[in-house]
Design a protein around this ligand. Structure first.
Ligand code: FES
Ligand SMILES: [Fe+2]
Length: 440
């Protein structure tokens, strides 16, 4: 273990970057301390990804998504177990778009092949003529089989173990990345003490850029200064932080302390590769709130984030219903992600731009955790090459239309949420008031 103290305050680069913000926010990281435990994060992008909340998997509905541009489908089999299959029919490669699911059996829309939850074809006679393959019928039957990744359901999320090595037999798939890294109780949280709100958000930008955004506290004050309901986070606040970074093979954690009150913590950000970020304050066992962000690399310039905001306060359901807490919280989420999207969609044109080239981008002392992330990401991408040999539909627009379904990219849900707030407010407050005025 190594401890280092470096003061960046007099850095020339730092003064340069702060200049444009003279009239507004100035947020500075004055010094940082690094605790490096076995030095660096384990390299690799393959492993468990949280894909969606459990409730998104509706009865007899196929849930389409992709990972690193590989088209995939989630659904529940007849025993309600979660399945993740490649979106390719093993007969002649049709997509299951417009296919059906009934009691765990998927029917392909092209020739009507039906696949059981185990993945084998149940009606081979439908897709071949028995006399043509008479001598080899059984062998042929064995080869027509869905290709799958391991999927599990835990704490209200569906997780998929992605490695680009799908298999027809799930027992053949190894899981080298333990899912326990992701689990909240393994990270010290008693998650049963919390209630939460959640949203899913889709972006047409690179996955890694969104992670970078969530590791970056400096933008909170500037980009979200008018939206985050915290008086200490706004455009006119001037703050200095000291930063303590903890690096282990499983995670990087950065803790920000106020410079003028060294024991007072502003926030902690913990990155658990490949896709999870935890944001909270203080010791996990006592944290009043916890934000869990799961990042899903749908494809090149397509990404999804699941945001869950857990809290130990304002837990009364009746009261929350009355003040439309869930809907208003969603509204804040959507606004925050709209603000980020304004930056993200123009910042990234393709995923290659995510990499830091020292000539083009100057990382400063404040960006230390981001620097760690990029180094890890570059090495991990070189190792696993997740974008190599992508299987893509001929018409990518088809995929975008089916797979991207949440704001800010698709506005529909955000508008529906705003209408719901107006409708419920009217029903709860305005309508009784009008009724009361009419009768007196
Ligand atoms: S491609 Fe699916 S049944 Fe033929
Ligand atoms: Fe942001």
């Amino acid at each position: 273990m190594e401890n280092r103290q470096i003061n960046f305050f007099k850095s020339k680069d730092l003064n340069t970057v702060l200049k444009p913000f003279k009239k507004g926010t100035v947020v500075k990281i004055d010094s940082f301390e690094i605790r490096e435990n076995q030095n660096e994060l384990k390299i690799g992008l393959f492993g468990w990804y949280a894909i969606c909340p459990s409730k998104e998997l509706k009865k007899d509905k196929l849930f389409y998504f992709s990972l690193y541009d590989e088209p995939l489908v989630l659904y529940r089999d007849e025993n309600k177990n979660v399945r993740c299959i490649k979106n390719i029919c093993p007969h002649r490669g049709a997509s299951f778009f417009e296919g059906t699911l009934s009691d765990g059996v998927i029917t392909c829309p092209y020739h009507g092949a039906k696949f059981s939850s185990g993945g084998s074809c149940q009606n081979l006679d439908r897709i071949t003529c028995r006399h043509i393959v008479d001598n080899n019928y059984d062998n042929y039957a064995k080869r027509i089989h869905l290709s799958q990744y391991k999927a599990i359901e835990k704490n209200g999320y569906i997780f998929v173990h992605f490695s680009k090595k799908s298999d027809t037999d799930l027992n053949n798939i190894s899981e080298d990345a333990p899912i326990s890294n992701y689990e909240l109780y393994e990270n010290g949280f008693t998650h049963k003490d919390y209630v939460y709100e959640e949203v899913l958000v889709d972006f047409k930008c690179d996955w890694s850029r969104i992670i970078e955004n969530h590791l970056d506290i400096l933008h909170l004050f500037w980009v979200h200064g008018d939206t985050i309901p915290d008086k200490d986070v706004n455009k006119n606040v001037l703050v200095s932080f000291n930063q303590k970074i903890n690096v282990t093979p499983q995670y990087i954690e950065s803790i920000y302390y106020y410079k003028n009150e060294p024991t007072k913590e502003f926030i902690r950000i913990k990155y658990i590769p490949p896709g999870r970020i935890l944001i909270y304050k203080g010791d996990p066992s006592a944290a009043r709130y916890l934000q869990v962000l799961d990042h899903i690399p749908l494809g090149n310039n397509n990404a999804r984030v699941i945001v869950r905001h857990y809290r130990k306060f304002l837990k009364n359901k009746l009261f929350n219903n009355l003040i439309l807490f869930k809907e208003n919280q969603r509204k804040i989420f959507y606004k925050i992600f709209d603000e980020d999207y304004m930056i993200l969609k123009t910042q990234t044109y393709n995923h290659n731009m995510g990499f830091i080239s020292k000539d083009e981008i100057k990382l400063l002392g404040e960006d230390r955790i981001i620097n760690y992330f990029w180094k890890w990401y570059k090495k991990s991408e070189d190792k696993d090459e997740p974008w190599k040999n992508n299987i893509k539909s001929q018409n990518l627009d088809v995929y975008d239309k089916v797979i991207l379904k949440y704001p800010p990219e698709i506005k529909k849900l955000e508008i529906a949420n705003n209408i719901e707030i107006i409708r419920k407010t009217f029903v709860r407050f305005a309508a009784p008031l009008i009724f009361f005025m009419l009768i007196i």
